[in-house]
Write a protein that binds this ligand. Structure first.
Ligand code: NAD
Length: 494
């Protein structure tokens, strides 16, 4: 398996020769070791990226389109292998990782066309014989720092739009999932000029921070936790460097009493436990209207008890292990804390006994929740379904909106008025009505409040990586009568 950094289309070790291990969360065994990159490696990658930018910034639209499309074609061709590596390194079921490869291919296809569609505009001049042209230009080198829960997708959402408009990239995957992206580079990016996309593996502080502080990076596009996002924003602010932050969430899901409870329960349970609950837009707080609360809770508990946990490579596995023992420890302590604060454990909460290895945790349903509890206020990022019964729809939207975060929010209802009232009142970058957690590469994705400020996907996701320049031209060379010498009595002619 490929296990080196990718700089200038070449494979290399870290200058220090240091490496770290990547562990399979299902077998708890070593898969491979990869370089622990440091400041010198970042410098090499940034220099390669800056050199490549000199030409890439002016690439013809048709050539860019062909190269991005080729990524899509090659990604589909290597789908099985890429999905298998992702499953091995981070434990998401193979079926979900196969979907992920399809989404990265669609993302590259979408930006291959959008990136060459409109690269500026012409505005009406203020004087005769002038032309005012606005061109959108790339920033330069984009540092892309990404998490482990969607190792290729979240990198693709940055790399595709960034290079489509003429930037080059230095990418740092999570230390927990660096292998799939290295193989992706090897199989799907070898047709790019050297230095356009570079990948460095390593831990956050040793590898990520030098990317943020390097004078050679112009934008930092980051997906990860609020804590790391705050650190990155602080470091970048010292250089007034642009950041594009996609951070954590604590998404609400509201169930109104007019819906088919069985469908809502299935949707809510999936939204809370997909990828073992390790999705930034997981349903983290469920508010259910009292008249249907009992039936809804019973249906969610049945789901939790029926769902198949197991080998993430298995074709019928619904939920695999968590990504690491540390993540599992964190969730276990959050569950214990919620119970201490009065939550009632309906099912789950334990490490399943049928597995001797793997960072498994049972899907856990908690009721008796109230909004003062820590679990309702902060992101959990695990297979937990905390349910709070509410006495009215108005109470539900008030609670859903009362959050430091604003990533996503879901609602189950057939009532148009309730649907649009909630969609307009709750601050969230995505609002799903009867269809939780569904994305569309042509529509923006991102957070409000502490969930971040940027947007990925859609035209908005492209605009994050380009800046406007106004080129003004007067095609008749002539003296302007508003130049010196001034004379107030004559006034201005133009
Ligand atoms: P994390 O913040 O710990 O790490 C994310 C990335 O940042 C990793 O590559 C890590 O090595 C790097 N990093 C860590 N410290 C750094 C530092 N000081 N400087 C530079 N880089 C540093 O997050 P995680 O545990 O990998 O991912 C889970 C979090 O990501 C959750 O909070 C989740 O909600 C969030 N997330 C958000 C989105 C979104 O689109 N909004 C999507 C997926 C995940």
């Amino acid at each position: 398996m490929i296990n080196q950094n990718y700089i200038n289309n070449q494979w290399c070790d870290a200058v220090s020769k240091k490496r770290f291990d990547v562990i399979n969360p299902f077998t708890e065994e070593l898969i491979e070791s990869v370089p622990q990159s440091g400041t010198e490696d970042v410098q090499k990658a940034v220099e390669a990226s800056r050199e490549a930018w000199k030409e890439w910034r002016f690439i013809a639209g048709g050539d860019m389109r062909d190269m991005l499309r080729e990524v899509a074609v090659k990604s589909r061709k290597h789908s099985e292998e890429l999905a298998t590596i992702m499953t091995a390194e981070m434990g998401k079921p193979l079926i979900e990782n196969t979907d992920e490869v399809e989404w990265i291919a669609s993302c590259f296809e979408y930006y291959s066309e959008l990136g060459r569609d409109q690269i500026g505009r012409v505005v009406a001049p203020t004087q005769d014989k002038q032309m005012s042209i606005v061109v959108y230009e790339p920033y330069g080198v984009v540092g892309c720092i990404v998490p482990w829960n969607y190792p290729l997708l979240l990198a693709a959402w940055k790399i595709a739009p960034a290079i489509a408009v003429g930037n080059t990239c230095v990418v740092k995957p999570s230390e927990l999932s660096p292998l799939s992206i290295l193989r992706w580079m090897e199989t799907c990016f070898d047709h790019f000029p050297p230095g356009v996309v570079n990948v460095l593996t390593g831990y956050g502080q040793e590898t990520g921070e030098p990317i943020v502080t390097s004078k050679g990076t112009n934008v930092i596009a980051f997906t990860g936790s609020v804590e790391t996002g705050t650190r990155i924003a602080t470091l970048a602010a010292e250089q007034l460097k642009k950041t594009h932050l996609e951070l954590g969430g604590n998404d609400a899901l509201i169930v109104c009493s007019d819906v088919d409870v069985e469908v809502a329960a299935r949707g809510a349970f999936w939204a809370a436990t997909l990828n073992c609950g390790q999705v930034c837009t997981s349903a983290e707080r469920i508010y259910v209207e009292k008249p249907v609360a009992k039936d809804f809770i019973d249906a969610v508990v049945s789901q939790a008890e029926e769902v198949e946990l197991g080998n993430p490579m298995g074709s019928t596995t619904d939920i695999g292990p968590m990504v690491s023992s540390e993540q599992r420890d964190k969730i276990e302590s959050k569950i214990a804390n919620a119970k201490d604060q009065g939550a009632k454990l309906m099912t789950g909460g334990n490490r399943p006994t049928q597995f001797t290895k793997g960072y498994f945790l049972e899907p856990t349903v908690l009721t008796n929740m109230d909004s003062s509890m820590e679990m309702m206020q902060k992101e959990s990022f695990g297979p937990v379904v905390p349910i709070q019964t509410v006495s009215s729809f108005e109470e539900a939207i008030k609670l859903a909106d009362e959050s430091d975060y604003g990533l996503g929010c879901s609602l189950y209802t057939n009532d148009l008025e309730k649907a649009f009232t909630a969609a307009r009142e709750v601050k969230a970058g995505s609002f799903w009505i009867n269809d939780p957690l569904t994305d569309n590469e042509a529509a923006p994705f991102g957070g409000m409040r502490k969930s971040g400020g940027g947007r990925e996907l859609g035209i908005e996701g492209l605009n994050e990586f380009r800046e406007a320049k106004h080129i003004l031209i007067d095609y008749k060379v002539r003296q302007k009568d508003y130049w010196f010498p001034y004379d107030l009595d004559k006034g201005r002619k133009t």
